[in-house]
Design a protein. Structure first.
Length: 71
């Protein structure tokens, strides 16, 4: 993924916070990393879904996607 670099930056910041006795900041950076992972994963799913839909589109549109019976 192109967005993985942000996780490295957050890890570096957490390392700095821990080494400089900033435990609350280190904990917040853990939470921020979780949010970043979730958003990166969601972005990846959206881009995969969009490209998958474009490849298999036969003019039916999105409205027919729910009628296939898949859970």
């Amino acid at each position: 993924m192109r967005s993985d670099w942000i996780l490295d930056v957050l890890t570096d910041l957490k390392t700095f916070a821990t080494a400089n006795d900033l435990p609350v900041l280190a904990e917040q950076l853990d939470d921020t990393a979780i949010v970043a992972l979730a958003e990166i994963a969601a972005l990846h799913e959206r881009t995969q879904s969009n490209s998958h839909g474009d490849e298999h589109s036969s003019g039916g549109g999105i409205s027919g996607a729910g009628a296939s019976g898949h859970a």
